[in-house]
Design a protein around this ligand. Structure first.
Ligand code: SF4
Length: 274
């Protein structure tokens, strides 16, 4: 007798097609409403517009399914472990849909899962995007306290260089391993930032809805210039956005506006204690 072991692509394919169907269904359901994630400055209003109008441009890849499952499963487990409040509550604010990961009476928690090899803080655009999303939820609900909990699934690494073969990193002995880092965020009830965030949310939502209704992407700003290097390079709508469709003067000005989080004195950030 011999123990026979072979690779089994059939089972992987079966799993992939089921996951793909679920991912596509989730995307279609979400297409009908405007979500907080659609209007975040880091999401790019134009990209969200194109995603709705030309869904076939965006291929659903194995990688995108993988990210979806990783995010969903991590969120599910941590929500269960935290054993607090309501998970994925349905909130609606002036036609905008919000689903905070955990909504308790006095606190909102956002759970993030990342493969980043660097630890994120206020200087990183991804962290700012997590923070913005939480601040929008705090503004919508009137709650003062929030938590961002980031699960890092990779060890910390340092980038050395890139060449035509790829990227080179090294793993420092004192680098942090996979772990969770959580941040508390306080947005006082009477803080002027609430009004600024509310105006920003409504303005972006109204503009997005108007562009969709009028089939006019030119009124939507391209993503802020500081983010173009990282975001536009891999965008499937790049040619359409940059070379085919125009941008009104108002939209171009909006793309260059200073980020609220960069207004001096608006944010008081202290780095993570090791
Ligand atoms: S190319 Fe850049 S600005 Fe245009 S849709 Fe894509 S991310 Fe947005």
């Amino acid at each position: 007798m011999t123990i026979v072991i072979r690779s089994d692509q059939d089972f992987t394919t079966l799993l992939q097609s089921s996951l793909r169907a679920r991912y596509e269904k989730r995307r279609r359901t979400e297409d009908e409403a405007v979500h907080v994630s659609d209007i975040l400055p880091s999401s790019c209003l134009r990209k969200q517009y194109y995603g709705r109008k030309f869904p076939d441009y965006e291929m659903i890849t194995d990688e995108s399914i993988h990210h979806f499952i990783r995010g969903e499963s991590s969120e599910f487990v941590i929500t269960d472990l935290a054993n607090m409040g309501v998970a994925q509550a349905d909130l609606e604010f002036d036609g905008l849909i919000a689903h905070p990961d955990i909504l308790d009476r006095d606190v909102i928690i956002e759970l993030k899962d990342t493969q980043s090899t660097v630890r994120l803080d206020i200087t990183d655009q991804r962290f700012r995007s997590y923070l913005r999303q939480l601040l929008y939820y705090l503004t919508i609900t009137g709650i003062e306290k929030g938590i961002i909990s980031i699960r890092y699934s990779n060890r910390e690494m340092r980038w050395i260089k890139s060449d035509e073969k790829g990227d080179y990193f090294f793993r420092p002995f004192d680098g942090k391993g996979p772990r969770i880092e959580s941040w508390s965020v306080l947005l006082p009830k009477d803080d002027i930032a609430r009004e600024l965030l509310k105006n920003e949310m409504i303005r972006r939502k109204n503009l997005f809805v108007k562009a969709l209704n009028q089939n006019d992407v030119s009124i939507l700003p391209r993503i802020n210039r500081n983010l173009r290097n990282s975001k536009c390079m891999h965008c499937v709508f790049y040619d359409k956005c940059m070379n085919v469709d125009g941008e009104t003067d108002l939209a171009a000005k909006m793309a260059d506006e200073i980020d609220l989080l960069d207004i001096p004195g608006l944010v008081d950030f202290k780095p993570f204690l090791k």
